[in-house]
Design a protein around this ligand. Structure first.
Ligand code: FAD
Length: 317
């Protein structure tokens, strides 16, 4: 079923979560281990991230380095199909612009359609490590709104080449990303919201936020979006901090501010266990507040580790 249908049918705040494909070489059990502990809470849908290739250099002797492109976490679509078959839970594969030509995108969408997957989260993706800023494929999309336009087109039966124009339409529900504290590259929150409107106008039926730790920022963002005519559901994304590394990594990588009372507690943490205890408590309070104020769904970033999310959901839902 489509995410938008889940949201329309909902009588209370829904639960969803996001998982990552395992690192290449790991078996499928690591996916089951991430999903199984959360099954009892009846997630409405599960997102599976997409990971672009990275460039690595291999020593080939005599000072020679070979440049190789590798995808460290392949398997997004296969995992989505497996989840549907094994658990009968709806899935949302992420699809990015980076590394894809429009042809590649069309092929990927046809594959999702044949697998009976009803949803897709359309994203631009980030620059790969060897690039200083995002560079689209020559025949690819520069921004998520362009990708969304292609998906919307295919949903109307518009394929890339003339001879397929009358071909069967796909029927994918399109989601897109949004950023309550603005996207790192955006000039300011207002310009970011103006571009967000383009994604919705292009066909995004709902939005999922970047993680945030201050609910006031989410509610303020929703208000600004409504004022700009963005009227689709905006699903808040929650990621519990659980390690010392998260404290350094998450605010810097995602351009997120931690509220002072939370930050004050975190600077006193000495171990991962300290961070996890505080991080889980903070996310429980955030989730309870979001539910009490009528959030359509709470989406959890598990990053492959579901134990902390399990504690939060058990307490808050
Ligand atoms: P866009 O909407 O294209 O926006 C990128 C920037 O360009 C913004 O600053 C925006 O203001 C600006 N902009 C937007 N449209 C235009 C336009 N038409 N012209 C000029 N400027 C414009 N990354 C992955 O690689 N794989 C994943 O699975 C993944 N999942 C994610 C899930 C969620 C819920 C979120 C919030 C992010 C996810 N990301 C993922 C990260 C995402 O790819 C990055 O944040 C990326 O830098 C931006 O993606 P976007 O779709 O928001 O891009």
């Amino acid at each position: 079923m489509k995410v938008i249908q889940h949201l329309k049918n909902a009588k209370k705040t829904l639960l969803s979560f996001e998982i990552l494909p395992p690192l290449k070489g790991k078996d499928i059990n690591s996916i089951y281990e991430g999903i199984d502990p959360l099954l009892e809470f009846k997630p409405s849908f599960i997102n599976v991230t997409y990971h672009r290739e990275e460039v690595i250099y291999k020593e080939r002797g005599q000072g020679l380095l070979q440049k190789i492109r590798v995808r460290k976490r392949p398997g997004t679509v296969g995992i989505c199909a497996m989840i549907k078959a094994k658990y009968n839970i709806d899935t949302v594969p992420h699809l990015i612009c980076g590394g894809f030509t429009k042809e590649d995108t069309e092929d990927a969408l046809i594959e999702l359609n044949f697998l009976g997957i009803d949803n897709v989260l359309a994203l631009r993706g980030d620059a790969i490590k060897s690039e200083s800023s995002f560079i689209p494929e020559r025949e690819g999309h520069a921004h998520a709104d362009d990708l969304i336009r292609q998906i919307t087109g295919l949903n109307k039966g518009s394929y890339l080449h003339d001879e397929e124009r009358e071909a069967a339409p796909t029927d994918l529900c399109i989601g897109a990303a949004c950023y309550p504290e603005k996207h790192a590259e955006a000039l300011n929150l207002n310009t970011d919201i103006a571009y967000l409107k383009r994604k919705v106008d292009a066909g995004a039926e709902y939005l999922v936020t970047q993680m945030f730790y201050d609910n006031a920022k989410y509610f303020n963002f929703v208000e600004l979006c409504r004022a700009e005519g963005i009227n689709v559901p905006i699903i808040p994304g929650i990621k519990p901090l659980t390690t010392m590394r998260h404290i350094a990594f998450i605010p810097k990588t995602f351009g997120i501010d931690l509220p002072q009372p939370f930050a004050k507690g975190l600077v006193k943490c000495k171990t991962d266990a300290d961070v996890k205890q505080l991080g889980v408590e903070w996310s429980i309070a955030q989730t309870k507040d979001l539910i009490s104020k009528g959030a359509p769904c709470v989406h959890f970033y598990t990053m492959g580790k579901s134990e902390a999310v399990r504690q939060i959901v058990k307490e808050a839902f």
